[in-house]
Design a protein around this ligand. Structure first.
Ligand code: PGA
Length: 266
């Protein structure tokens, strides 16, 4: 399985008026974006976005329809034009008490509906300080692996992106160092190799999220196992466009858009 393009994704969360977001969209629409980077917008609401930027939902339920007031199904997101959905974000896990298993169900149902999934995993500060980071991440990952394997369609793994988002780095301004991110991303890849398959692990995009900004994006993107960036707060600022062009900034991408699918980045 060939690794796809480097990804830069927004996560607007529950932010922005229509007017504010329209300004962001216009800024993105005007931008000269590196075609070696797959840009994704996960909006709270939006319209008139250029067509080469994929759109995703921030959540979905695991049933396709029914009496589930307040929920939206993967089929509905797809029908509305979404290509991606974020699942398992720490804000869903903590504020809305979503369990590993529920997230596993959601991931499988989103894939079955034809969406691509950005599945988030991450440890808290106390888990990191008590040296249980990998134990926690592997537990969260296993619930996802089990449900995707239940689909019995190996090609669905191509539609799974894992976002490593240390909880202590989200919205705190305390970003993981490139070295910390690399160690964890490599460990996640090894774990996927052990629990799924070598070619799936090799092809899987593992992206980093948590206080990414223009100042730290380039160093993070240089790490071998960092295949993209998931950007919350900074995606609501004009600098997001420059983060999308991080590979160009780092002088590592083929800015003419030629080359293989991963942009010959690493
Ligand atoms: P942040 O959010 O970039 O504001 O830390 C990241 C996220 O929650 O995905």
């Amino acid at each position: 399985m060939a690794r796809g393009k480097f990804i830069v994704s927004t996560n607007f969360k529950m932010n922005g008026s229509r007017a504010f977001l329209q300004d962001l969209v216009e800024n993105l629409n005007r931008a000269d974006l590196d075609s070696n980077v797959g840009t994704i917008t996960i909006p709270s609401q939006l319209s008139n976005l250029r067509k080469d930027i994929a759109v995703g939902g921030q959540n979905c339920f695991w049933k396709s329809s029914g009496a589930y007031t307040g929920e939206i199904s993967a089929e509905m997101l797809k029908d509305a034009g979404a290509e991606y959905v974020i699942l398992g974000h720490t804000e869903r896990r903590t504020l809305f008490k979503e369990s590993d298993s529920l997230i596993g169900f959601k991931v499988a149902s989103a894939l079955a509906a034809g969406l691509k999934v950005i599945a988030c995993i991450g440890e808290t500060l106390s888990e990191r300080e008590s040296n249980t980071t990998l134990q926690v991440l592997f537990r969260q990952l296993q619930a996802i692996v089990d449900h995707v394997q239940d689909l019995n369609q190996e090609e669905k793994w191509e539609d799974v992106v894992i976002a490593y988002e240390p909880v202590w780095a989200i919205g705190t301004g305390r970003v993981a160092t490139p070295e910390q991110a690399q160690v964890v991303h490599a460990a996640i890849r090894r774990r996927v190799e052990e629990t799924v398959e070598g070619s799936v692990a090799e092809g899987m995009r593992i992206i980093y999220g948590g206080s990414v900004n223009l100042g730290n994006a380039r160093q993070l993107a240089r790490e071998k196992d960092v295949d993209g960036l998931f950007v919350g707060g900074a995606s609501l600022k004009p600098e997001f466009v420059e983060i999308c062009n991080v590979l160009r900034l780092a002088g590592e991408g083929n800015s003419d858009g030629s080359g293989d699918d991963d942009g010959g980045r690493k």
